[in-house]
Design a protein around this ligand. Structure first.
Ligand code: SF4
Length: 206
């Protein structure tokens, strides 16, 4: 299972210190800034994306480009802001040219993410796209077949949804993503996870 690896880091600052100026995989030599993750360290809702892109690599923050602006819009559509959630990626460094993450990079980097999840301890995790979903659910299936259903990993509810970047290339996916976020809101409300202290019971997902 994806979350099995455990590191001796009792909080997020000690995890960041443990990662340090990481060169454990080749991406350490090509990145500009390592992207650790941002948000509420005690968030009950966590998003996991794929890897930093060009803008994220320059700023050291996840989702700061056009996909990030759309993520903000999606969050607003269900009454949330970034400060109420936590956002991280499968990889903490940018693959050159935004290529797909390589298996060895995922294997080397994800013990950090597993510890990050354990420390933040979210009740609900939304995986954005193929790489995050495959990692957390330990599957080779694609996001198109996995989205729209609810999964459980170590007692956490997992909601696979499309990566917001797909809507930048295929505008028809915007409505799919808005639907995905409606489902996410329903899971949050049903779980009693209320980052905004609002919301009402919603129908089950999947
Ligand atoms: S991607 Fe992860 S393992 Fe590779 S250098 Fe960056 S932090 Fe280290």
């Amino acid at each position: 299972m994806a979350l099995e690896a455990r590191l001796d880091c009792p909080d997020l600052p000690s995890l960041a210190a443990h990662i340090g100026d990481c060169h454990r995989c080749p991406l350490g030599d090509t990145r500009t800034k390592l992207v650790f993750g941002v948000g509420d360290p005690h968030a009950e809702l966590m998003f996991i994306g794929e890897a930093p892109g060009k803008n994220e690599d320059l700023k050291g923050e996840p989702f700061v480009g056009a996909a990030g602006r759309f993520l903000d819009e999606l969050l607003a559509s269900i009454g949330l802001t970034r400060s109420q959630v936590y956002i991280a990626n499968v990889l903490k460094c940018r693959p050159p040219g935004n290529r797909d993450p390589a298996a060895i990079e995922i294997a080397t980097c994800t013990p950090f993410l597993a510890q990050q999840v354990r420390l933040i301890d979210p009740k609900v995790i939304a995986t954005l796209g193929n790489f995050a979903t495959r990692w957390l659910l330990d599957t080779t299936a694609g996001i198109t077949g996995l989205r729209g259903k609810l999964y459980h990993v170590e007692g956490r509810q997992v909601v696979p949804i499309f990566h917001p970047a797909v809507a930048l290339y295929d505008p028809r996916k915007r409505d799919d993503l808005l639907d995905d976020f409606k489902r996410l809101r329903a899971v949050i409300d049903r779980t009693g996870t209320n980052p905004d202290e609002g919301g009402a019971p919603a129908p089950p997902v999947g």
